[in-house]
Design a binder for this molecule. Structure first.
Ligand SMILES: Nc1nc2c(c(=O)[nH]1)N[C@H]1C(S)=C(S)[C@@H](COP(=O)(O)O)O[C@H]1N2
Ligand SMILES: [Mo]
Length: 206
């Protein structure tokens, strides 16, 4: 009996885990590093880094490192899904909630519908604004209680766990609000514009 109830418990836990893993993905404990190009190294982050915001906003703004780090943060637990098929469950991230960030900048124009994330070395990715208004969209800088490592995006990355992980742009330097959608870096090279892991939107239709 004890064995049976243990087994039922274990199967239940497994089923719950599996129901959290989108089709075609496997769970890993590792945290692979994936990107195009070099890892930027900031010797003096106050001098070499800032975050600019422009586009469909009443006035453009700029945050220095210190100004950005003064904004209130939250910590979330979420699963992440990479298009190369690994998923990682229960990851912890701290950062400025995107919708809270919107309260700290001038009002967006009524035509703002999409965001282009601009990163070091010209990497870009596009995300619909409504996805960034969800509770789990962060401008993140701590992972598992520690400052992000350079490989994983120090000093700031976008975190948008509802999309394949390529949209969680590392080394974020700019946020452009747009009226019309435009493809980012991988979106131009054949990846799916919408990138929903639950719909397996991996590659653009031929
Ligand atoms: N700036 C930048 N951000 C990026 C990328 C990149 O090439 N440049 N690659 C994306 C891809 S394809 C993935 S899968 C994730 C990987 O994040 P990780 O290295 O922290 O696992 O970062 C995303 N963010
Ligand atoms: Mo990726």
């Amino acid at each position: 009996m004890a064995d049976l109830s243990k087994k039922i418990k274990r199967d239940g836990a497994l089923a719950r885990m599996q129901s959290r893993v989108p089709p075609g993905q496997y769970v890993t404990e590792k945290f692979p590093v994936l990107h195009y190009g070099e890892v930027p190294i900031y010797h003096d982050v106050e001098k070499d880094w800032d975050l600019r915001v422009w586009g469909e906003i009443e006035a453009p703004v700029r945050f220095s490192f210190a100004e950005f780090r003064a904004l209130p943060t939250i910590t979330i637990t979420t699963d992440i899904h990479c298009v190369t098929r690994w998923s990682k469950l229960d990851t912890h991230w701290e950062g400025v909630q995107f919708k809270e960030f919107l309260r700290r900048i001038p009002p967006l124009t009524s035509s703002a519908r999409y965001v282009m994330a601009h990163c070091e070395h010209g990497f870009t990715t596009n995300v619909p604004l409504d996805v960034l208004l969800e509770d789990d969209a962060l401008l993140a800088y701590r992972y598992e209680g520690e400052e992000l490592t350079p490989e994983h995006g120090y000093p700031l990355r976008l975190l948008t766990p509802r999309k394949y992980f390529w949209k969680s742009a590392k080394w974020l330097r700019g946020i452009e609000f747009m009226a019309n959608d435009r493809p980012g870096f991988w979106e131009r090279y054949g990846y799916h514009n919408n990138a929903d892991p639950w719909k397996q939107e991996r590659y653009a239709e031929e």
